[in-house]
Design a protein around this ligand. Structure first.
Ligand code: 5GP
Ligand code: MN
Length: 361
């Protein structure tokens, strides 16, 4: 009797927990189970400039849904970095920029569309109108703040380390973790690894580690994955890192450090997509620095792409939203500026003055 009532209380607590914290609720789980009980034509979409978590979550879900007998395609808005091009099934990904008719047809014909690792349709760039015209129902799985409401089912949880951890949970909610094979596990591990800064960011919980342990048991080779992601540097990328570090400006009175990279510098060191990944974090390794940024010129798009990182309570999500048409998480966000590098830096320095008491109280 005591055991039975304990189980009941646990169940009630967990339902309450899901309701209060925005985890997936039981009605949504039922809806998803019912949709997936029929064969579907499924398109899975990551955000533009997909990172390890976006690709890992999409490819893991691809493997899982295939194993359940659906027709599945991952359609990426554009290309992704070379350090992710070893991931299981990555050679099946359709690139919307390069294979436009095929990508559009996949979206049009889909009976179900998953959007992963982003919170608003504007995050897919040029692909937005194709998604807006799609007739399929959407399922969103994401951990960014302020999720939009375009999906039939929204599984949004901003406390999660990564969308990959959420895809693991999603499969768990469906009671189908037995379908996670070594390839699915490898994709999920990769996304958790990259989005947690190798398991060190604040959102890395004991649950994250339990999921990762499960993934290793299911065949993710952790040593190989770390090597594939981090130990495939080119000499030119390390030289570019040298330039970035020597360009770093440190502003102790604002506990801030920022890096700039011009298009000329990128060209000089044979810049390839993904080469600047992680550069922004060096600012935060300085003692006393809590706000770090990198400003990267992109002449082709006519913008300065900005990455923002913080430690503690200073919200780079709010900063990026307010001043640089961006967003993300409390401690990691992105944004853009449409004026020159010099003007962008001047604007940034002016804005920073108004944050002095927040950054250095
Ligand atoms: P990164 O600096 O690595 O490009 O992005 C850091 C985080 O901010 C990621 O979670 C990414 O999805 C998010 N992010 C990057 N750029 C943008 C943007 O332009 N808008 C929004 N809303 N989020 C962004
Ligand atoms: Mn993510």
């Amino acid at each position: 009797m005591i055991i039975a009532s304990k189980i009941r209380i646990n169940r009630v607590t967990s339902i309450l927990y899901y309701c209060i914290f925005g985890r997936m609720n039981s009605a949504d789980i039922k809806t998803v189970k019912s949709i997936l009980s029929q064969p579907q034509k499924i398109a899975i979409i990551p955000h533009r400039n997909p990172d390890g978590d976006a690709m890992g979550s999409c490819l893991a879900l691809y493997g899982f849904l295939k194993a359940k007998g659906h027709t599945v395609k991952v359609v990426a808005p554009n290309d992704y970095p070379k350090f992710l091009k070893w991931m299981p099934w990555n050679n099946t990904v359709i690139n919307f920029e390069r294979e436009n008719p095929k990508a559009k047809a996949t979206i049009n014909e889909a009976t179900l569309i998953f959007t992963l690792d982003f919170n608003d349709l504007s995050r897919v760039g040029q692909m937005e109108s194709a998604l807006q015209e799609a007739t399929a129902d959407f399922i969103m799985i994401d951990h960014h703040q302020q999720p939009g409401d375009y999906a039939k089912v929204t599984y949004s949880d901003v406390t999660m380390s990564s969308t990959c951890e959420m895809v693991y949970n999603f499969i768990d909610f469906l009671e189908e973790t037995s379908l996670i094979d070594a390839d699915i596990a490898t994709n999920l591990y990769t996304g958790i690894l990259t989005d947690t800064g190798s398991f060190k960011y604040r959102s890395t919980s004991s649950k994250t580690h339990r999921v990762v342990a499960e993934l290793i048991d299911k065949g993710a080779n952790n040593m190989e994955i770390h090597q594939n992601v981090f130990d495939t540097n080119s000499p030119s990328r390390l030289h570019l890192l040298g330039v970035a570090l020597s360009n770093m400006v440190i502003l102790p009175e604002y506990k801030t450090a920022y890096i700039t990279l011009s298009q000329d510098e990128l060209d000089q060191y044979d810049f390839k997509k993904g080469d600047t990944e992680g550069f922004v974090n060096y600012g935060l390794t300085l003692e006393g620095i809590i706000f770090a940024l990198i400003f990267i010129e992109n002449r082709e798009e006519g913008i300065i792409k900005i990455s923002l990182r913080s430690v503690g309570d200073f919200s780079v999500n709010e900063f990026a939203r307010e001043h640089f048409s961006g967003g993300g998480h409390t401690n990691a966000a992105g944004g853009r500026s449409e004026v020159s590098m010099d003007e962008t830096i001047s604007k940034f320095n002016e804005i920073l003055k108004t944050y002095k008491s927040k950054l250095n109280p």
